[in-house]
Design a protein around this ligand. Structure first.
Ligand code: S3P
Length: 461
C-alpha cells in the first residue's frame, strides 16, 4: 500500500527519532480565507476496515492521510486487503468479504491510534487466527480492557499486559456467540469493536449505549448493506442490533472534513482580532457537533450553510467571524458529542469573559494523554487561572488575549496532537507567543496543520 504524505517529516513518525520539534505560534492581527481541513479520522478508519470486509472494490475519496489512518491501512494490508492510492489521494480497497481476512505474519502496529487498535481488535475477535497488536508509547498506556471484556464474551481470547495494556495477542474465535452488551462508559470505540466482531457472528449482536456516541459505524454498515435495527432506550440512549454475516458490497465513500480538526481554525478565527474563515465540507453529524453548539452559546458567530448529506453523513459549510465570547457551563451530558474538542474549547474559554465550567470529563484522562491535566497545566503556564477536579475543569476567562507563557517557557504537548494544536491556536491571540515543546504528533490527525493555519494568516513556525 502506498500512502501519499503531505509532510516529509511524516514518514519518520513511526520511528520517532529523538529530535523533538518545538513550534511557536505568535499573535496575529488577521485570520482570513477559505481552507479545507483534512478528512475525518473516525470515518477514515471505519472506511478502511469496512471496505476490507466487503466484497469487491470500494473507492474512498477524502480519506485522512494522517499517521493514524496509515497505520490502520498498513495493518489491513498485512491481513490480506488490497489497498492502493492514486496521486489525487483517492484510495481503492479490494475487500476480502466478511470473515475473509487472513492471519498476519507480522505484529500489527497501530501507532498512536486508540480507534485503530480497538476497532481492529473487534474485527479480529471473530477471525479464527492469532494476531498481535501494539502501538506507540501513548497507545501502550491506554486501556484495552474495555474492548477485551465484551469480545471475550463473544468467544475471543486475549493475552495483554497487566492492566489490559498493549502489546496484546488476540486469538479470534471460530464459533462466535452473539451478545447483548451494555456499554459501561460512553465509547464509540467500544460500541464499534463489538459491532465489528458481530459482523462475522451468526445471529444478532446488540450494543446498548446509555448515552449516544458518534454513529459513523452504524451509518457506514447500513450503507454497505448490513441490516441494523436501532431503537431509543430511556434517558436518551439507544440499542443497536446488527444481524451478523451480511454480504457487504463495495461502494463509493466520500469522507467529510473532520469537525475535530475544524475546531482549531474555528477557535483561532473566533479569537483573532480580525477573523473571517470559511471551512467547506465539514462533517456535522449531530453526535459530533457539541463544540459548535457550545461556542454558539458563548456568543460565537458561526454560520452553517449548504447543509447536505454525502454518503450517509451530514456535511455543511462553516463560516466563522471573530466574536466576543462569554463563559458558559458545559454539562456532562454533552461530553460524548464533543469528547475530542475540549482542548480547543479550553482555548476559547481562556479568551472568553467570565468563568467556563466543563463537567463530566473523566474520559479525558485516558485519551492520547491525560488531557485534563495537560489542558489545566498548559493554561496555567499561559497565565490563565484554572481549577482542576477529578472530572471537571473551571477556567477563569481573561476577557481578551491571555498573557501566554513567560519568555523561554514552553507548553508541554505530552505527545498529544490535540494539546499541541490547541496551544498553537491560543498563540494566535495571546499577548506573548506560545511555544509547544513538540509538534511532531500533530501529523497523526491533521497533516499540514501548520501550513493551513499559515495560509490563513497565523504566524506559526
Ligand atoms: C472515536 C471515539 C472517541 C474519540 C476518538 C475517536 C471513534 O473515543 O475520543 O478520538 O472514532 O470511535 P472513545 O470511544 O474512547 O470515547
Amino acid at each position: 500500500m502506498r500512502m501519499r504524505t503531505a509532510d516529509p517529516a511524516a514518514t519518520r513518525l513511526g520511528q520517532r527519532d529523538n529530535q523533538v520539534s518545538p513550534i511557536t505560534s505568535s499573535p496575529t492581527q488577521t485570520l482570513a480565507g477559505a481552507v479545507r481541513v483534512p478528512g475525518d479520522k473516525s470515518i477514515s478508519h471505519r472506511a478502511l476496515m469496512l471496505s476490507a470486509s466487503a466484497v469487491g472494490e470500494t473507492v474512498i475519496s477524502g480519506l485522512l492521510e494522517g499517521a493514524d489512518v496509515r497505520a490502520t491501512g498498513t495493518a489491513l494490508v498485512a491481513l490480506g486487503a488490497g489497498i492502493s492510492q492514486s496521486e489525487d489521494g483517492t484510495c481503492r480497497v479490494l475487500g476480502r468479504g466478511v470473515g475473509g481476512l487472513h492471519e498476519p505474519d507480522t505484529v500489527l502496529d497501530l501507532g498512536n491510534s486508540g480507534t485503530g487498535a480497538r476497532l481492529l481488535a473487534g474485527l479480529l475477535a471473530t477471525h479464527p487466527f492469532h494476531a498481535m497488536l501494539t502501538g506507540d508509547a501513548s497507545l501502550r498506556n491506554r486501556p484495552m480492557g474495555r474492548v477485551i471484556a465484551p469480545l471475550e464474551r463473544m468467544g475471543a481470547r486475549f493475552a495483554a499486559r497487566d492492566g489490559g495494556l498493549l502489546p496484546m495477542t488476540i486469538r479470534g474465535t471460530a464459533d462466535p456467540v452473539p451478545v447483548e452488551y451494555t456499554l459501561p462508559v460512553p465509547s464509540a470505540q467500544v460500541k464499534s469493536a463489538v459491532l465489528l466482531a458481530g459482523l462475522n457472528t451468526p445471529g444478532r449482536t446488540t450494543v446498548v449505549e446509555p448515552a449516544r456516541t458518534r454513529d459513523h459505524t452504524e451509518r457506514m454498515l447500513a450503507a454497505f448493506g448490513a441490516e441494523l435495527e436501532i431503537e431509543p432506550v430511556e434517558d436518551g440512549g439507544q440499542r443497536v442490533a446488527l444481524t451478523g454475516q451480511p454480504e457487504l458490497a463495495g461502494m463509493r465513500i466520500s469522507v467529510p472534513a473532520d469537525p475535530s480538526s475544524a475546531a482549531f481554525p474555528t477557535v483561532a478565527a473566533l479569537i483573532a482580532p480580525s477573523g473571517a474563515v470559511d471551512l467547506p465540507g465539514v462533517g456535522v453529524n449531530p453526535l459530533r457537533t457539541g463544540l459548535f453548539e457550545t461556542l454558539s452559546e458563548m456568543g460565537a458567530a458561526i454560520s452553517v450553510t449548504n447543509a447536505r448529506e454525502e454518503h450517509g453523513e451530514p456535511v455543511a459549510d462553516l463560516s466563522i467571524r471573530s466574536s466576543a465570547l462569554s463563559g458558559v457551563r458545559v454539562p456532562a451530558e454533552r461530553a460524548p458529542r464533543m469528547i475530542d474538542e475540549y482542548p480547543a474549547l479550553a482555548v476559547a474559554a481562556a479568551y472568553a469573559k467570565g468563568e467556563t465550567r466543563l463537567e463530566g470529563l473523566a474520559e479525558l484522562r485516558v485519551k492520547e494523554s491525560d488531557r485534563l491535566t495537560a489542558i489545566a497545566e498548559g493554561l496555567h503556564r499561559c497565565g490563565v487561572r484554572v481549577d482542576l477536579g477529578e472530572d471537571f475543569l473551571t477556567i477563569e476567562g481573561c476577557g481578551g488575549p491571555p498573557p501566554g507563557p513567560d519568555a523561554g517557557d514552553a507548553v508541554a504537548a505530552r505527545d498529544d496532537h490535540r494539546i499541541a494544536m490547541a496551544f498553537l491556536t491560543l498563540g494566535v491571540a495571546s499577548q506573548r507567543p506560545v511555544t509547544v515543546d513538540d509538534g511532531r504528533m500533530i501529523e497523526t490527525s491533521f497533516p499540514g496543520f501548520t501550513g493551513l493555519m499559515t495560509e490563513l494568516g497565523a504566524r506559526i513556525a
